[in-house]
Design a protein around this ligand. Structure first.
Ligand code: ADP
Ligand code: MG
Length: 238
C-alpha cells in the first residue's frame, strides 16, 4: 500500500481500530424492475475477539453482507473499515491486497484442492507468495492441531468427512492471522452435533486469536455461543 495508513483513519476509527465496521451500507443488485436491495442501510461494528452471529432466512442478504464486508463486492453506498483501513476507499488492486492480508473467509463449500493434503492446503498461499519458511510451517502444524485435524494432516479432501473438510477450511482461513474472519452458513452440510462443534471451535479461535468474526446462518442454535446476535430481514440488520 503506497498511501500512508493514517490517511485511512477517521475519528470514528478510534471506536474500533482493529475490527470490522460497516457504516450505512446499501447494496443494490440487478437493474430496473429486477433490482433487489440486498443490503439496506446496514450498520455493524465488530471488535477484535468478538464473535457476532447474523441469523436470517434464505434470501435475506446474509451472503451479500459477507461479500461486502470482505471486499469481494463494492457496496452501492456506505463504507467498510477493516483493521483501521477504509476498504471501500481503496482501488481494486489495493483492496485485493488488503483482503488477502486482513480477511479470512470460510465459505459454505470448503473449496479445498483435491490433490493437496490438509497441511498443504494451508501452506499453498504462502508458497505462491514466496513466504513459505519454517515459521509458516510451524504455524500450519499448530493450526491443524487447533482444529482437531492433527491425525488428518496428510489426508486429501476425499478422505475427509464434511465436518473435517470444514475444519480444514477454517484452519486455512486462520493461516494469515486475519483481523477479520467471515464465515458463511457453516452448519448447512453438517448434522446438529457436528455443527455445534464447528461453531464452538470458531468461537474459541475468535477469542484466542482476537479476530473480529462474523458468522451468518439460518440456524438459530448459534445464539448460545455467539457474543452478539443480529437478525437480517430483507436486507435490514437489527
Ligand atoms: P442469503 O445469503 O441470506 O440467502 P443473499 O445475500 O444471497 O441472501 O441474497 C440477498 C438477495 O439478493 C436475494 O433476494 C437474492 O435473490 C438477491 N441476489 C443475490 N445475488 C444476486 C445477483 N447476482 N443478482 C441479483 N440479485 C441477487
Ligand atoms: Mg447465503
Amino acid at each position: 500500500m503506497t498511501t500512508p495508513a493514517s490517511d485511512y483513519h477517521t475519528a470514528a476509527d478510534t471506536v474500533n481500530p482493529g475490527g470490522l465496521r460497516l457504516d450505512d451500507v446499501t447494496l443494490t443488485l440487478g437493474d430496473g424492475d429486477a433490482a433487489v436491495t440486498a443490503l439496506d442501510h446496514v450498520v455493524l461494528s465488530v471488535a477484535p475477539g468478538e464473535f457476532v452471529a447474523v441469523v436470517g432466512p434464505s434470501g435475506s442478504g446474509k451472503s451479500s453482507l459477507l461479500a461486502v464486508a470482505g471486499g469481494l463486492q463494492r457496496p452501492s453506498s456506505g463504507t467498510v473499515h477493516i483493521a483501521g483501513t477504509e476498504l471501500t476507499a481503496l482501488p481494486d488492486k489495493e483492496r485485493t491486497a488488503a483482503r488477502r492480508r486482513h480477511i479470512g473467509f470460510v465459505f459454505q463449500q470448503s473449496n479445498l484442492l483435491a490433490s493437496l493434503t490438509v497441511l498443504e492446503q494451508l501452506l499453498l498461499p504462502l508458497h505462491i507468495d514466496g513466504r513459505l519458511d519454517a515459521a509458516a510451517r510451524a504455524r500450519a502444524v499448530e493450526l491443524v492441531e487447533a482444529v482437531g485435524l492433527a491425525h488428518r494432516a496428510a489426508s486429501r479432501p476425499h478422505q475427509l468427512s464434511g465436518g473435517e473438510r470444514q475444519r480444514a477450511g477454517l484452519a486455512r482461513a486462520l493461516m494469515t492471522s486475519p483481523a477479520v474472519l467471515l464465515v458463511d452458513e457453516p452448519t448447512s452440510a453438517l448434522d446438529r452435533v457436528r455443527s455445534a462443534e464447528a461453531v464452538r471451535l470458531i468461537a474459541e479461535q475468535t477469542h484466542e486469536r482476537g479476530t473480529a468474526t462474523v458468522m451468518v446462518t439460518h440456524d438459530t442454535a448459534i445464539m448460545d455461543v455467539a457474543d452478539r446476535v443480529h437478525e437480517m430481514v430483507d436486507g435490514r440488520l437489527s
